[in-house]
Ligand binder design. Structure first.
Ligand code: ZN
Length: 177
């Protein structure tokens, strides 16, 4: 089945009309004229679970949709040719002014966003090297919080990240990730 939300109406290469064909065991839009196939993939996002020396985690309140006014973890879209670990550190600093270093890959999560569609969330445990907050316009508030004091986190994938880092930590390490 093809999700109607983000589909092309015409071929973006030659502007001919598209038809649905079964290719590699999925229904995909295919150009009848030039053969272009609309392969669809999740959009990669990098998310930081940034901890300070007291193992408090940095959370941000989002200024814009999706989920304006709600708490989440810092992060953003991976740029073309950018390693997600670099995205993670870059977004952390852009959004909050916090400098960080990667401790480890925490996990990879699949998340369906109402606005952005299918997301591939790559999450890292990050050591916060600074604590002075300098928020950009995307963020209306930010703070380091003890896990027990973290308010409701809006994205299911971010809630899972926090659970994995604070509750399932041992299990993940044992799995060798
Ligand atoms: Zn075409």
């Amino acid at each position: 089945m093809i999700d109607k939300k983000t589909v092309f109406k015409f071929c973006p290469i030659c502007r001919a009309s598209l038809e649905v064909k079964n290719i590699d065991e999925a229904a995909r839009l295919v150009c009848a004229s030039c053969g272009w196939i609309n392969y669809r993939n999740p959009v990669p996002v990098a998310v930081a679970a940034a901890l300070n020396a007291r193992r408090e985690v940095l959370i941000i309140k989002r200024a814009f949709e999706p989920a304006a006014g709600r708490w989440s973890l810092p992060g953003g879209f991976v740029e073309y040719n950018e390693h997600p670990a670099d995205t993670c550190i870059r977004e952390l600093q852009e959004e909050t002014g916090i400098k960080g270093e990667i401790i480890r890959l925490l996990g990879i999560y699949n998340f369906s966003s109402r606005i952005h569609g299918s997301l591939l969330v790559v999450s890292y445990e990050v050591r916060a090297l600074t604590e002075e907050l300098k928020l950009n316009k995307e963020i209306s508030d930010a703070k380091f919080a003890e896990y027990k004091d973290v308010p409701y986190i809006t994205f299911a994938s971010h809630r899972k990240i926090l659970k994995d880092i604070f509750e399932n930590n041992k299990k993940i390490r044992n799995a060798g990730i």
